[in-house]
Design a protein around this ligand. Structure first.
Ligand SMILES: Nc1ncnc2c1ncn2[C@@H]1O[C@H](COP(=O)(O)OP(=O)(O)O[C@H]2O[C@H](CO)[C@@H](O)[C@H](O)[C@H]2O)[C@@H](O)[C@H]1O
Length: 600
């Protein structure tokens, strides 16, 4: 085994520097304190003592204080929905670790969730930090404009050297947004790759993120207080998966983070962060921890006869060492334990069933609300749908399609990826184009599918539009302007677009899998209390089935106007806000703290 990095002395990655202390930022989250506030604490205590006392022990927070829910952000964007803001009974110091969070950086649903769940938890009284890279690519740099340079530097012993990273910080929506800065996060292209594919150094980039995330609660005084050692780490997907391994291998043996817990949130099992076994020494982990990350490809997946299939797998490391595991829907929490849905990790995940739960994602109704959405030209609600018809006409105009209120407008939004079943849409398109419909697709990814979208558009100029690219405003306008949203995903851990669609009175037609099955209720014209359902969820996933279901939806749209309005309104009245999901996460936190942390 090659020379490994020396053991890390936890909390000491920050080199002593002769720099002046960083200027304090104007505001930040204080640690959770009893209702009496800081005034009740003995101010004679040392700073760290105060932090320890108030962070380590969970604190009961009174509920029912606020008379209105502040669903959101800055004062001007607050929406008072007339409900009381629910508060957690027990609060924690929570550290989210993620490869992306909206609005700073987003490539898909992970960004949405990590941009809004922390805010929802903070609103319930928790002290919440989100640690993610500070991506600078020349175009989205302005997203980080309000982040302060903290002047905190740490050196991370991995990949054959000591790599210096620094931290930036912004306090927004009662959350401490912490950005890890390193030159490897500054490059053109998207977050994880460019037109040539995934970046070759992603393992290095996210190893840095994980080390930095473990140090941040110990070294960053945010608003004057560190988070301390008793945190709830919420690690998202493979990018953050080294965190529970580091806690177990490099911190707990030194008595640090003994009272912290970690939860792995699986948004997508398809990406696991797998690299050759020879990279293990680069990670700076003790040799005896190799087994936690060890991964052997089945024979059929090996490249040649001499290939032993030996690899390291970040996500697997977290499945083994995290204290609890959450998937983003209940349906998916079962699917990941099956050979069909487990992407090779099914047996391992089955062995951890006792700590595996599913929680359906929520949506950020500050961003996704047809009554207030800044990206759509007209606003509307379930009580007055007239704005939706106007949004449809505006979208048709924007796309250069004939402006026809009577024609069903079908939409698709998503990454052009095998997961999303776009190849199946491609197969049914010739048949679909025989119908009197319009179809708009927004997506980027697979080059071949992008080309197919362009050529379909040129073949069906008055019926089809393919918008190749990533545009959040356009995704809102499509969600508002379409009548039907199609999601034939092969697998879908949760899916957010069907939730957005329902919120906007756009009826989803989805493959009944994972979170899609959990959230879209099949239309039933003969339910006990009259018509029921919010869309169509079909299975199995075949082109015939998809086409048949779409035709059923189209004829319902054309011939049963009142049923259609019922479908729209039932979808719009569903409560998909984060508060419900946040409460379920709190239950998981509670269970995690009841159990002992992972130790070997
Ligand atoms: N071209 C484009 N332009 C603008 N916006 C675009 C876009 N392509 C996609 N988006 C946006 O990206 C998000 C996609 O979210 P999804 O949950 O549907 O899928 P994703 O597979 O990325 O997420 C994974 O993580 C999430 C979060 O847990 C799970 O819901 C999901 O099942 C899992 O696969 C939506 O906000 C969508 O509007």
């Amino acid at each position: 085994m090659p020379q490994l990095a020396p053991p890390l002395v936890p909390g000491s990655l920050a080199p002593p520097r002769d720099e002046p202390e960083p200027a304090r930022e104007p505001a930040s989250t204080p640690p959770p304190v009893p209702d009496g506030g800081l005034g009740d604490l003995d101010l004679g205590l040392e700073l760290e003592e105060i932090a320890e006392n108030s962070i380590n022990n969970t604190v009961v927070v009174e509920s029912e204080q606020d008379s209105k829910i502040m669903v959101g952000k800055e004062q001007e964007s607050e929406i008072m929905v007339g409900k009381e803001q629910a508060r957690a009974k027990v609060t924690h110091s929570i550290v989210f670790v993620t490869g992306e969070a909206s609005p700073y950086a987003k490539s898909g649903g992970l960004g949405d969730v990590c941009g809004s769940l922390p805010v929802a938890l903070a609103a319930r009284g928790h002290r919440v930090m989100v640690v993610m890279p500070r991506y600078l690519n020349g175009t989205s740099d302005k997203n980080y404009a309000n982040a302060f340079y903290t002047k905190k530097h740490i050196r991370i012993p991995c990949f054959g050297g000591d790599h210096e990273v620094t931290f930036f910080h912004e306090y927004r929506d009662s959350v401490d947004w912490v950005f890890v800065d390193h030159p490897s996060y500054h490059r053109p292209g998207n977050l994880y790759g460019d037109k040539f594919g995934a970046y070759g150094d992603n393992q290095f980039r996210y190893t840095l993120l994980c080390y930095a995330a473990c140090e941040a609660p110990l070294v960053l005084e945010l608003g004057g207080y560190i988070y301390g050692q008793n945190c709830m780490f919420v690690v998202n997907d493979w990018h953050a998966s080294l965190v529970p391994v580091l806690l177990a291998a490099k911190y707990r043996p030194f008595g640090v983070y003994k009272d912290s817990r970690s939860i792995l949130v699986i948004h997508n099992l398809a990406h696991q962060g797998v690299e050759p076994a020879s990279t293990y020494p680069d990670l700076g982990l003790p040799p005896e921890w190799y087994g936690a990350l060890e991964w052997v490809f089945p024979e059929w997946a090996r490249r040649h006869a001499l290939d032993k299939g030996e690899a390291v797998n970040f996500l697997k490391g977290a499945v083994v060492t995290a204290d609890r595991i959450v998937t983003v829907s209940k349906g998916y929490s079962w699917e990941v334990t099956t050979a069909e849905g487990g992407q090779g990790l099914d047996e391992l995940l089955s062995s951890r069933k006792s700590v595996l739960n599913g929680i359906v994602n929520g949506i950020d109704i500050n961003d996704w609300n047809p009554a207030t959405d800044e990206h759509i030209p007209y606003h509307y609600s379930a009580d007055d749908l007239s704005g939706k018809a106007k949004c449809k006409a505006a979208l048709q105009k924007e796309l250069g399609l004939p402006i026809r209120p009577d024609v069903p407008l079908i939409g698709f939004i998503g990454r052009l990826d095998y997961q999303k079943g776009i190849d199946l849409i491609k197969l049914i398109m010739p048949n679909l184009m025989r119908e009197d419909i319009q179809f708009v697709m927004l997506g980027s990814g697979d080059q071949e599918l992008e080309d197919w979208m362009r050529s379909t558009e040129s073949n069906f100029r008055d019926k089809f539009r393919g918008w190749v690219g990533f545009s959040v405003p356009v995704s809102h306008r499509i969600t508002a302007g379409c009548d039907i949203l199609l999601m034939p995903s092969r697998f879908e851990p949760c899916g957010l677009n069907q939730l957005y669609a329902m919120q906007y009175g756009t009826v989803p037609v989805v493959h009944a899998t994972g979170g899609l099955r959990d959230t879209v209720e099949n239309f039933n014209p003969f339910g006990d209390n009259g018509e029921q359902g919010t869309g169509w969820a079909f299975a199995p996933l075949t082109t015939e089935n998809m086409l048949w279901t779409l035709r059923t939806a189209i004829s319902t749209y054309r011939e049963h106007k009142s049923s259609w309005e019922g479908l729209m309104k039932r979808g719009m009245s569903k409560d998909f806000t984060w508060d419900h999901a946040a409460e379920q996460y709190e239950q998981i936190f509670q269970w995690a703290f009841i159990d002992q942390p992972y130790v070997r």
